[in-house]
Structures are given as C-alpha cells and as structure tokens.
Write a protein that binds this ligand. Structure first.
Ligand code: SF4
Length: 415
C-alpha cells in the first residue's frame, strides 16, 4: 500500500479522538533559518479532524490502526473488520514535513493503536517526534498520545519533543472502563497521568529557578485527556465529578468531551443502542467545565439540584443556575464584586474584566452592553445599571425561562 492509501486509513481512524488542541505552548520559530515552522503561543489554534470532517491544521494521524486491544467503543479494536495500515517512522516524518511545507498544517497530532506492547508502541511514537525535532529541526506543534504503562524513560523522552502529551481516560467510571475496555487498567492510566504531572511540575520548578529560556522543557502545553460521552450510562454529574477529580489530581490543561459517535462495524457487545448523544450535550458539558474552571462555580452548584444528574439541554448551565437562584439577583453592575459579575448570564470573563476597567471612569448604562458584546435579552433581567432596573415581577415570573430559552433552530448546512 502506498503512503496515500495509508494516509486515508490512518487519518480517518484518528478522527474519533477529540483530545487535540494546540493552545498554551511555548513560542518557537524558524526565523534564524535553522528550522522549519513555528508555533504561536496562546493563539488557541485548535484544528483537527472533527467527526464530521471539518477542517484541520494539525496533521492528525495514527501510526497504525492495528491494535492488540479490543475496546468496544473503538473502530480500531482488534475484532473490528476494517482495513489496517501502518506508517513507518520515516513515512510519518516525511508526511508531516510535506504537509508543513505546503502550508496545510501547523503541527502533528500522533497517536497509535497498541502494537506488540506499550513500550514498543511508545518508542515508535517517540521516534517520529525525535526525528522531526532533531533531524529536521521541525518547530511546529507536536501532540503525542501517551501509551499508559509505557516506561518512565520513554515518557520523559516524549516530553522533551512534544508540546503536549495526553492519555485518554476514555470513560467516566472504572466500572464502565472494565466493561468496555477490558485490557485497559484505570490504575495504569492514572499512574501515567500522575507520573506526567510530576515531570511537568519538575520542569516548571526548574524553569522558574533558571529563568524563561532554561532548557530542557517538558511538554510546555501540559497534558490533556478525553472522555467519551454516551458510550455508557454515566450522567453529566458523574462525568463532571470525574473531570473535577482529574483537574485536581493531575493538573490537566483540558478534559475533552467527545460525544460517542456510532462507529461503523460497531461491536455487538456494546451495551447501548448505537445512538450518538445529542451534540449539544457535549457542548453543555464544556460550558459546565468552563464554569468550574474560570467562573468560580462549585460542581455541586451545577449538578446537585438536577434530579437525573443531567444538565438541561435547552439552556446553558449558568442561566439554569441563575434561574434557580433568582433571590441573588438583580446585581448592580456598577458596584458588584468580580465574583458576583461572573455569575450573571451572558457575562463572560472578558466582559467582566471590561466592566471592572470601565467602572473606574464611568457608570455603565444599558447602551454600554452592546459595546461589551453582552446579549441584552439574556442579561438585562438579572442586572441593575444606571438607567435600568428589571421589573421584580419579571425576575420572579414563570415566564422568564420561556423568554430566555433560545428558539429551536433547524440544524442544517447554512445554505
Ligand atoms: S487501545 Fe483501545 S481505544 Fe486505543 S486504539 Fe486500541 S482498541 Fe482503540
């Protein structure tokens, strides 16, 4: 099989992994003429093969889709009847360089099915990154998928070449993992995450001691993981509790939520009907995750009142919280604390920063909301401004939810 044929198989096989994004890395460029490519820190370039085939600018491939393991939710599992392919290390390297030179990509996301054993697989993955960095002076972004239980030395080496490392936790609970991915061991996954965290902490400490330019860096964009949503019966509360635990224990940069996508040639042993959960569920989980990490919400505030443990799909979790806590509103935008402002529906962190800056020189009025890109309809019932006070009857009204619920829209291609 030629490289093009392999690429078709191995890029397609990689599209089910959502855990790649290239934000938060260090700056690296090739203006000195010695390297190829660059990374632009903090720009949040986050391109990949989405399940629906949307654009990417990371070359996202597996080294091979032949796998010794038999995870039921995975199209690449050993018992799956799909065409198999495997890149050699040099093919993967060459492909990355070719794509880079043609300006198709800004980096590489590389994962692999388990070949022989975790160490052998990890070694192959590391060899690609090593060759790119050391032989070809590749300065683009590299995200490597780490194989749980690969040796410490290999993980340490991977971190010297990669911008980000990730290990997928796969499903929210240990019981589900045992049922759906019998060869995977949640303790091994967590052990690997713990070892990665130690190495990341050591690298941060040493960088702080020696200054910004001090090598060696270890995966400067940190570690991330992915959880598949809807392949088991876990509710949103369980998913968010697992995430909170992962963020707290391993200092992860991101937990990616990937709505289970019914795979061709799915295993008959998969316990659920083969239906993807609504994509909006994935979106609500990201919103709740964001609220916990950047808005000061406690997980219990978002999930405890929910009878079935599921976030509402029709409105976002912050609006749902505000509607459950109407007694805390309206909030005076001209005098409220940062923490209070962050709780107002329609106010993002940037909006809150702008409000705090603007308040030093002026009193904010309703007309200022447009300048701050605040959705007026959503925010006005919850706030007081110099020239606006919501009617108490509206805030208490049963109609408020109806007024704020977005109109159902037909999903389509937009043409
Ligand atoms: S280890 Fe499991 S999830 Fe990973 S490629 Fe193999 S079968 Fe798929």
């Amino acid at each position: 099989m030629d490289v093009q044929g392999k690429l078709e198989i191995l890029a397609d096989a990689a599209k089910y992994d959502a855990s790649c994004a290239s934000s938060g890395t260090e700056q690296r460029d090739s203006r000195d003429g010695k390297g190829i490519g660059s990374t632009d820190p903090g720009m949040g370039i986050c391109h990949s093969y989405a399940p629906d085939g949307r654009c990417i600018s990371l070359l996202k491939i597996l080294l091979t889709n032949a796998c010794n393991y038999d995870c039921l939710y995975c199209i690449n599992r050993a018992s799956s009847n799909v065409p198999r392919a495997r890149f050699t290390v040099s093919e993967a390297v060459q492909l990355t360089l070719d794509f880079y030179r043609r300006n198709y990509i800004e980096g590489l996301f590389l994962s692999s099915g388990i070949i022989r054993n975790p160490d052998y697989t990890m070694e192959q993955v590391v060899r690609v990154a090593k060759s790119l960095r050391e032989e070809h002076h590749f300065r683009g972004y590299i995200h490597l998928k780490t194989i749980p239980d690969a040796s410490d030395d290999l993980i340490a080496e991977a971190g010297t070449y990669a911008d980000r490392l990730s290990i997928n936790i796969e499903v929210p609970t240990e019981t589900s993992l045992a049922r759906l991915a019998p060869e995977k061991d949640v303790r091994a996954i967590r052990r690997s995450m713990g070892r990665l965290r130690l190495k990341l902490d050591e690298a941060t400490d040493s960088s702080a001691k020696h200054g910004r330019a001090a090598p060696p860096r270890f995966a400067p964009a940190g570690q991330s993981t992915q959880m598949i949503i809807g392949a088991d019966a876990s509710n949103d509360r369980t998913i968010l509790e697992t995430s909170a635990n992962l963020y707290g224990s391993y200092n992860l940069k991101r937990v990616y939520y990937s709505a289970f996508s019914p795979i061709p040639d799915a295993s008959r042993a998969l316990p659920l009907p083969l239906q993807a959960p609504p994509l909006v569920r994935e979106h609500r989980l990201y919103q709740a995750d964001w609220l916990m990490r950047f808005y000061g919400f406690d997980i219990g505030e978002l999930t405890e009142p929910l009878e079935d443990g599921m976030l509402p799909l029709d409105i976002d979790p912050k609006l749902a919280w505000a509607l459950r806590h109407r007694d805390r509103f309206p909030i005076d935008v001209n005098s409220a604390s940062r923490e209070q402002l962050l709780r107002v529906p329609g106010f993002g962190t940037r909006t809150v920063n702008s409000i705090l800056a603007a308040r030093r020189v002026t009193h904010l009025r309703a007309a200022d909301l447009a300048r701050l890109h605040v959705p007026r309809k959503k925010a006005l019932p919850f706030i007081v401004l110099s020239d606006h006070r919501p009617a108490p009857a509206l805030l208490d009204s049963n109609r408020l939810l109806q007024l704020l619920r977005p109109r159902p829209a037909q999903l389509g291609f937009g043409f």
